[in-house]
Design a protein around this ligand. Sequence first.
Ligand SMILES: Cc1cc2nc3c(=O)[nH]c(=O)nc-3n(C[C@H](O)[C@H](O)[C@H](O)COP(=O)(O)O)c2cc1C
Length: 361
Amino acid sequence: MALLLNPNTYRDLIRPLLFRLPPETAQKLADEALRLTPVWKLLEPYLEYAHLSLRTTVAGIDMRSPIGLAAGYDKDCERLESLAALGFGYVVGGTVTLSPRTGNPSPRILRYERQESLVNSLGFPGKGVGNATMRLAGSNGPARVPAVVSVSGETISEIVACHRELEPLASAIEVNISSPNTAGLRAFHDMGALTELLTAVNADRKRPLFVKMPPFPQAGGSRDDDDARKLVLGLAGVCVDQGVDALTVANTRPVREPQLAVGVGGLSGRLVYRDMLRMVSDTRAAVGNSIAINACGGVFSGRDAWNALLAGADTVQLLTALIYQGPGVVRSINRQLALMVSLNGLTSVSEIAQLPREATA
Ligand SMILES: Cc1cc2nc3c(=O)[nH]c(=O)nc-3n(C[C@H](O)[C@H](O)[C@H](O)COP(=O)(O)O)c2cc1C
């Protein structure tokens, strides 16, 4: 069993076979495997790395580990129970939209294998909020692992309708204003429009709210880059003012990619890791301690997760590492993270953010 779940077995045996297939076909196969929920639940004791020092509470949500699954792996919230069994502290389902959508034309996912990265231009394919509601209502609760649901839409009323339907079935809702593959979302990259959206969501909100932020350029670049950076940090300020509980920093980085049918997509994986660390620390510096931050982008190891927490994050989300390293990756990250906590003389992951930045044992 240990051999089967070992990241090396996945990397050396399973991944080469899966990666002979086009990315979306491989994803369908993974989805078939995840259908076997009772099997994954049986495997959970081997996949989980339970350690007291990993436990944390973010936005009032208790988690067994700060490592979460990022939005986009299970767009229709159909496999969250199996995914939770991989050892995550929480899982984000979605992004769910109000109506079913086919998304963009294929090819729409490309692997950069050597860099363990992906570019996707999916554009929110999904079965819509009705299906997600049914799946979440039908899953076998009470769940040990909190489920957050990501929602989006091109108008305030679409997003509010998704939020209203899904909030009672989730531990929190993550509003996605940042997919680079849906042009309409850029409407919310404006402080006034975002204020209007969050005011509408807040009107009947009862549970924690996360907002998934767009990536932003480094300080000291061109004037346009500086403006873009100021804008995103301004949006973070709006979230603080509106009582948002956590910012997820950040969505994929928009890139040109002629091999995708639409010619552009969002980059994820190792190639965005350094930028993610900088965005987390810049965002933390801008918002202070008034809001939680979920670091998201290129985390593959316990050390990567440690650095993200050290940069100011409260939790860490990942997606691309699961595709490149397989189901054992969460256990391996949790184990390494718990070891680093102990080597640094700490008792809890929540103490990492208080360490000086250069402190890494
Ligand atoms: C295939 C794919 C689909 C994604 N779909 C979504 C999505 O529906 N909603 C969302 O907020 N982010 C989505 N993302 C972005 C991820 O949640 C995450 O922000 C990004 O991949 C960076 O993390 P990673 O490097 O650990 O993958 C998607 C990413 C990938 C690779």
